[in-house]
Design a protein around this ligand. Sequence first.
Ligand SMILES: Cc1cc2nc3c(=O)[nH]c(=O)nc-3n(C[C@H](O)[C@H](O)[C@H](O)COP(=O)(O)OP(=O)(O)OC[C@H]3O[C@@H](n4cnc5c(N)ncnc54)[C@H](O)[C@@H]3O)c2cc1C
Length: 652
Amino acid sequence: MMKRIGVFVCHCGINIAETVDVKRVAEEIQKLPGVVYTQDYIYMCSDPGQSLVREKIKEEKLDAVIIAACSPNLHESTFRKAAEEAGLNPWQCEIANIREQCSWIHKNREKATSKAIKIVGTIVEKSRLNESLEPITVSIKKKALVIGGGIAGIQAALDIADSGYKVILVEKDSSIGGHMAQLSETFPTLDCSQCILTPKMVAAGKHPNIELMTYSEIEDVSGYVGNFNVKIRRKASFVDWSKCTGCGLCMEKCPAKVPSKFDRGLSTHGAVYVPFPQAVPNKPVIDKENCIYFKTGKCRLCEKVCEINAIDFEQEDQLIEEEIGAIILATGYETLPLTRLAGYGSGEVPDVIDGLAFERLLSASGPTTGEVKRPSDGKVPKEIVFVQCAGSRDPERYMPYCSKICCMYTTKHALLYKHRVHDGQPYIFYIDIRTAGKGYEEFYVNAEEDEGIIYLRGKVARIFRDGDKTVVWGTDTLSGRNIEIAADLVVLATAVVPNESTAELVKKLRIQTGPNGFLSEAHPKLRPVESINSGFFLAGAAQGPKDIPETVAQASAAACKVISMFSRDHLEQDPAIAWVDEDLCSGCRICISVCPYDAREYDEEKEIVTVNEALCVGCGSCVAACSCGATQQRNLTDSQIKSMLTASLGGK
Ligand SMILES: Cc1cc2nc3c(=O)[nH]c(=O)nc-3n(C[C@H](O)[C@H](O)[C@H](O)COP(=O)(O)OP(=O)(O)OC[C@H]3O[C@@H](n4cnc5c(N)ncnc54)[C@H](O)[C@@H]3O)c2cc1C
C-alpha cells in the first residue's frame, strides 16, 4: 500500500521565501503520487508550525512527513519529536534542506524554486522506502575525563565533581593552572590572577570526586559515547610523590640551569623543579633531558640531599586504563612563537618579547617580582612599544583570524606599565580596537583618555636592534605619517594558536578541528560546546581564542552537558546506521579499513564483517566501499538512493 505523505514547506521568515516560491513548491509537490497533503508556513519550527505538523499527521492519517526547511543539523530532532508526539515513528519524518542547499546559495528565484522542488521531490522518493526504526540504547559509565588542567579544565572538573560524579583531570604538565597561572592581573577588573585561580586549583586538588593526573597524557581512546576505554600515560617524574613532602631541598641543590618555560625563559630553575611556587600538586619532577645525571651518568645530588629517599631514577612511565562515559577537551592555546615572526626580529632581539613574557615581568611572583625590567640589561624601560595583531589577521603570512583577547590585554599591559613606571611612555600599534565584553569598552576608554597611552593606528613593518635600543618602523594610517620609535622594550601580542599537542590528540580521539587547528563544535550556534563526535565536549581556548570569563562559561556549559548525560540511565542513539546482509558479505574487510570510527569488526566464526552499532555514526563510508552491496545504511539504502537520483533527473 502506498504511504500517505504530508509535506510542510517553511518560509524561514524571508530566509527561504525571498528566494524560493514556497507556495509553488507546495503545489508542485502535491502532484506527486502518495503526497496527500502539503502546506507552507512562515516558521515551521515555531509552536504553531509544530502544532500544524502534529494535527495534520493525525487528521490526514499520514504515514510519513517531510519538512522542507533548513539543514537537518538544526531541526531534524525537533520535527522528529513532534512527529513522535503525534504517534508517528520519528524515522518517518525527513527534512528536505531548501535553505543552506538552495535559498542561501542562489539568487535567481525561478531556478531556486525549481531546485527546491527537485530537492523536496527526491526526499519524497526516499521517504516512500523509509522503515520505522527504534533507537539503539547504550549504558553509561558515569565517570568523566577532562583533558587539560587550565582554568577551563579545572572549572569543568569542579562542576562535574560537585554534582556527585567522579572526574579524572589529566594535565600534561606537572601542575594544573594553565596560562592563567602565568598572568599578573586580569582585565577588565585587574583582579590578581593568582588570587582568583589558586583557590580553584587547591579545590580541584582536594576534591574527593576529582582524581588529578598531572604529568600525564592520553595514550589511546577506544569505545563510544558512554563507554570509552582510555589509556593514560603517567610520565616518570623520577620523584616518588607519595613520599615527597615538597621541602624543596633537591631543587635548591640541583646545579643544572634550565630556562623556565613558565617564566617564558626570563628565569632559570634546576633540572628538578616545580614550575611555580603555587603549583598543584606541589611536587617536583626531574627534567630528564636537562638532568646532569641522565646526561653524563654523574651527579645525583638531589638524591643525596633527600632525607626521605623520594628521588627514584629508576621510575618508569605508567600506563593506566580507565572506563569513562564522557570526555571534555580543554587543551587550551599557545601563542605564535617569536621565531616565526621574521620582520619582528625572529626571536633574536633580546628586548622583543611576547605578551605572556610581559605578564611574567608584571607579576609579583615573576622573575623581577613585578618590577618592569628589560631582559637585555635589567634596565627599567622608559619607552615601550606594544604591537597588536603580531601574526593575527594576516592571511597571507600568518593567521587569518582575530585572536580576540589581544586588544584587551595590550591595553592592560600599557596600563599596568604606567602604574609601575609613572614617567614611562607606552605606545600601542593597532589595526582596530575590539572591546566586546562587559566593562571592556569602559576599560579601554579610561586607559586611552586618562592614562597617557599613545594609540597609533597602523601596522608595524619592521623591528630591529640598534645599539641598546629596539627600533620600530610603522605607519600611522590616521595621520598618514611614517613612524620610527627607538624603544627600550617591544611587546608583541602574538597570535593565539591551538596548543601544539592538540593535533596529535585529535588524531588519537578521531575528532574534528577547523582550518586553523582549533577544535570544531557540532554546530556554531546551537551546539557550541559539543564535538560532532558523541560523548566529546569542548571547553575554553582549545576551541578558539577566548578570555577567562568566556572560558569559564563554556567550561561550565560543557560540564552541564556531561551532568545531564550522567543523569540518565542509558543513552539513545540514532539507528539510521550501517547494517550487513550476511548472505552477501564476502568478508573482504575493505569496510574495516575505511571506517573512521572503528565500527566494523571481523567475525572469525561467520567469516563476515559486522557493525558495532554503538560505534557506528552512519557516515556511510563503508556502504560506499562495499563492492558486493552487503553493507547498507538504514533508511538510505541503494534502492532509496537510486529512486532519489531518478526523481532528481525528472524520472528519466
Ligand atoms: C598575554 C595574555 C594575557 C591575557 N590576559 C587575560 C586577562 O587579563 N583576562 C582574561 O580574561 N584573559 C586573559 N588572557 C586569556 C587567558 O589566558 C585564557 O582565556 C585562558 O588561559 C584560557 O584557559 P584554557 O584553560 O582554555 O587554556 P590554557 O590556559 O591554555 O590551559 C590549557 C591546559 O591544557 C594543558 N594541555 C594541553 N594539551 C594537553 C594534552 N594533550 N593533554 C593534557 N593536558 C594538555 C596545558 O598544559 C594547559 O595546562 C590572556 C592571554 C594572554 C596570551
